[in-house]
Design a protein around this ligand. Structure first.
Ligand code: NDP
Length: 313
């Protein structure tokens, strides 16, 4: 027997929990599936200082516990499980959880987020998860490295943006580029090249992150000459792209070539009526907790209107 609900929210980052707060307060009785990283990407950051309302900053995991508590306070049912399959072919949206539970949802809010890509080298994850000086978000964590020498790896628009952001805070920013050219848009390349305190290391790969509890330097290798160089950086920013967590929707929803869900202008509506997208799963430009929360709110309001238009609640 399938379970029938009015509003299913998939994902538990700022977008999902904000959608849940609004949906629960609108009496839509939302059920939220957390996915396999309850709390989302913020649970692997340390302090969050740019989310309004926390004048002294707050730990990422703690902030997400606050989000959850607020959503639950109004009656959101939170389930620690994954949604593994969907069928959006009819007016009732069919969804399956990993334990086989079949859910028929009048509305679905997708807030599955995106995952930063990592290099996969030794100590990278450890430093990233323990405030050791490795991060995938300069806007989030760059401030902690003010006045220090740092490195960014990557050569796209994100890496360029991160390097430029850091160059205003740090005396020296090393940009580690694996080829002899950058993928970033011409204008971003121009800005990076014009910035005096950004030093580009072409044809270079990061070989080692040095340090015990915290990063003290990195070793990079020139892949043409095999020359090894040690850079005395205390911050290492990985900006080699993100991957939206949208694979299970590919047969049903419009997405761009990299998998970001496409929403209709000025709304959270996808191409399937009753299915809405919010947060990083549909945003490859801003990717901030506060913008994700904003689009989560939009999705809940759009879902509420949809239920009203269909005469469901
Ligand atoms: P991209 O996929 O565009 O770039 C990833 C970069 O990381 C590439 O230069 C790639 O190198 C490099 N890279 C990938 N894997 C490795 C690795 N293992 N080691 C070293 N380097 C690696 O991702 P972005 O996040 O930069 O951008 C994603 C999309 O978002 C783009 O369309 C971009 O234009 C857009 N964007 C737009 C912004 C804006 O408009 N303000 C801001 C940020 C992003 P290589 O080139 O050799 O493959």
């Amino acid at each position: 027997m399938a379970e029938h609900i009015h509003c299913l929210i998939i994902g538990s980052g700022p977008a999902g929990y904000t959608a849940a707060v609004y949906a629960a307060r609108a009496n839509m009785k939302p059920v939220l599936y957390t996915g396999n990283q309850p709390g989302g990407q913020l649970t692997i950051t340390t302090d969050v200082e740019n989310y309004p309302g926390y004048p002294n900053g707050i730990g990422g995991p703690e902030m997400m516990m606050d989000f959850q508590a607020q959503a639950e306070r109004f009656g959101t049912e939170v389930r620690y499980s994954m949604i593994t399959k969907v069928d959006f072919s009819g007016p009732v949206h069919k969804v399956w959880a990993e334990d086989g539970t079949e859910i028929h949802a009048d509305t679905v809010i997708i807030s599955t987020g995106a995952s930063a890509k990592w290099l996969g080298i030794d100590k990278e994850k450890f430093f990233a998860e323990n405030g050791g000086g490795v991060s995938a978000c300069a806007v989030c964590d760059g401030f902690f490295f003010k006045g220090q020498e740092v490195a960014v790896v990557g050569a796209g628009d994100t890496a360029s943006e991160e390097a430029l952001y850091l160059a205003n805070l740090c005396p020296k920013v090393h940009l580690i580029v694996r080829r002899d050219e950058m993928r970033a848009s011409k204008i971003m390349q121009k800005r990076v090249l014009a910035k005096e305190n950004i030093i580009i290391h072409w044809n270079s790969n990061t070989k080692e992150l040095v340090g015990d509890k915290k990063l003290t330097s990195i070793k990079i290798e020139n892949n043409k000459t095999n020359e090894l160089t040690e850079l005395p950086v205390t911050g290492f920013f990985v900006a080699i792209g993100h991957k939206p967590n949208t694979g299970i929707f590919k047969d049903w929803l419009d997405m761009d070539s990299t998998g970001y869900l496409i929403t209709k202008a000025d709304s959270s509506k996808t191409n399937v009526p009753g299915v809405f997208a919010s947060g990083d799963a549909q945003d490859n430009v801003y990717r901030q907790a506060v913008t994700a929360a904003g689009t989560g709110c939009m999705a809940a309001l759009d879902a509420e209107r949809y239920l009203g238009e269909q005469g469901i609640v």
